[in-house]
Design a protein around this ligand. Sequence first.
Ligand code: FO1
Length: 320
Amino acid sequence: MVFPQTSDRRRPPLITALAGGTGAAKFLRGLTRVIQPDELTVIGNTGDDTRMWGLHVSPDLDTVTYALAGLLDDTKGWGIREESFRCLGAMAALGRETWFNLGDRDLATHLFRTECLRAGQSLTEVTERIRRALGVRSEVLPASDSPVRTRVLTPGGWLGFQEFFVREKAQVEVLDVDYAGAEKASPTPAVLNAIAAATAVIICPSNPITSIGPILAIPGISEALLSTPARVLAVSPIVGSAPVSGPAGKLMAAKGLPVSAMGVGLAYRAWLDVLVLDCRDGGLAPDLTRLGITPVITDTIMANREAEVTLARTVLEARE
Ligand code: FO1
């Protein structure tokens, strides 16, 4: 097999993970305690990216990077711990929108990213600079350098993902979800290489519609997952009929998927080998097997650091 060339000629990654925000970040934090951090390459969602006060914010790339750097605010599941919000208060006084809570230290990341992008660097290059500056040894790659933006159709019209999720607190009816720009976007060579050269590809416990969906919507990614010699494993972010966090249920229902681990299996069935699902969903095992997916049943709730490591270890064992 001929792998696409990357500018970075170090040895190929061993584990490649497709990731959204909080759930993925906790899982990856556990994973990097089981494997060497530099054996991991993360392909991150950019569908949640937004512009705020003229700055380019990449919430999911940042959540993963902060978690791997030991900086994540675990209570909120995003942003930097022990953060202050003085700039936000000053912007409120200036009459600017402040429903999206940008912390003072977090702002440095967005200022730096925006400055580098304006100077002509790619999102891949900037993300690499940020993770290295924060001491993260795993590679973090945006799925594409071209913009892909998740939009949610509500009775009042289309909303950007952050408008739906943060400003409207996901409390509006969802009629549809799409990924603006995806059809014109392409995966970077580094992303294709990470999938082709991995020994295992892991789909993190992330929302299949708004975290993994925007990555899969980029032409070439599903094909890469289908053709990789690596085993492809996913962890269900749904336990019973409810997502572990966030509005995944509502969004899956809008896309005609059952809100269950079965719905996760159906979303990924074209290329998924193994689905790790929660003990409470053990009854779905025969149906998943009939879909051609091997079920692995375990406790998927990451209530503490030890549970993150245990889940990561179980997923790694399932790749054999
Ligand atoms: N989530 C919120 O619920 N409220 C916020 O004000 C908020 C601000 C924010 C700022 C930077 C950042 O990187 C993430 C932020 N998030 C916030 C999280 C984000 O909206 C979502 O968790 C992800 O996009 C979904 O993975």
